[in-house]
Design a protein around this ligand. Sequence first.
Ligand SMILES: Nc1ncnc2c1ncn2[C@@H]1O[C@H](COP(=O)(O)OP(=O)(O)OP(=O)(O)O)[C@@H](O)[C@H]1O
Length: 304
Amino acid sequence: MIILRAINLSKTFSKGFLKTKKTKVINNVTFNLKKGETLALIGESGSGKTILSKLLPLLIRPTSGKIIFKNLDLTTLTYNQLHKVRQKIQLIPQTPQKSLNPKWKIKKSMLEPLKIQNLSKKEIKKNLYNTFSILQLDMEYLDRYPHELSGGQLQRIIIARSLFLSPDIIVCDEITSMLDVSIQAYIVNTLLKLQKKLKTSYVFISHDIDLVKNITDKVIVIHNGEILEQGIGILENPLHPYTLFLLGKTDILSPIKLGSNLNKADHYSTCPFITKCPVRISKCFKGEPPTIKLKQRIVRCFLF
Ligand SMILES: Nc1ncnc2c1ncn2[C@@H]1O[C@H](COP(=O)(O)OP(=O)(O)OP(=O)(O)O)[C@@H](O)[C@H]1O
């Protein structure tokens, strides 16, 4: 069962006095997420992974496109409707420090989202204790302020707070980068075990290809805000020239300068990998690459 559909999502930031300076950072992103599955999002730094992670729970609004969660188009909801839905799509961000109020003790930050859940004090205490012990967190941390905890401890606090809300989807943005190597595998395995039990869906953003290999075989490859390849078995059998490069299986060309009739403003009317692609052909300069649907795979490239 599909739980979330991103349909033709695009995001452009506007700057300047008359908002005339525009930067398109996400272009025409479309994918589905099924209940209980893990989808990994991979791409280089600056490719748009974090922006996409914020678009899914509508923490930032897309410039165009739709996000359908359980048949609801989130882009059409009022603030209050969205507030409720967001509890079911939790984002665990790259920088946990920014998600907690620095003036609140951890206990207050943990209990705040539970207010809406009509639980007795006894149930709250039990939930807190269970979640803290699963994530190897000390109950004593509840009385501390965020600055009194390490990045890894804070990251686990944020994971605990997300789990508290029994979300349908958890978007994990580089969550292991803050964790010690010794605890990384434990936390990821714990999330996967919980997924089996609770049928939670994960969107897992990571630079760590080995980690991705261990958690899922459904992958989206993103470059300059566009999906170039998505589907099953990508890490074992990459097809797109950019995916081959990302996985260290090929070199890139030194970037070429685009000609006068193909300047940066036209970037999105050609392949985003065109300037560095080692196998580009003349056709690649003529327009957007076609979307080729293969068995369990979608590739956007003229070569297929
Ligand atoms: N408010 C903004 N205005 C203009 N451009 C922005 C804004 N926020 C982000 N960007 C740009 O959008 C692009 C995508 O950024 P994003 O943070 O999603 O990258 P990322 O793939 O998550 O990178 P990393 O792996 O380094 O975290 C970058 O080029 C970034 O400079």
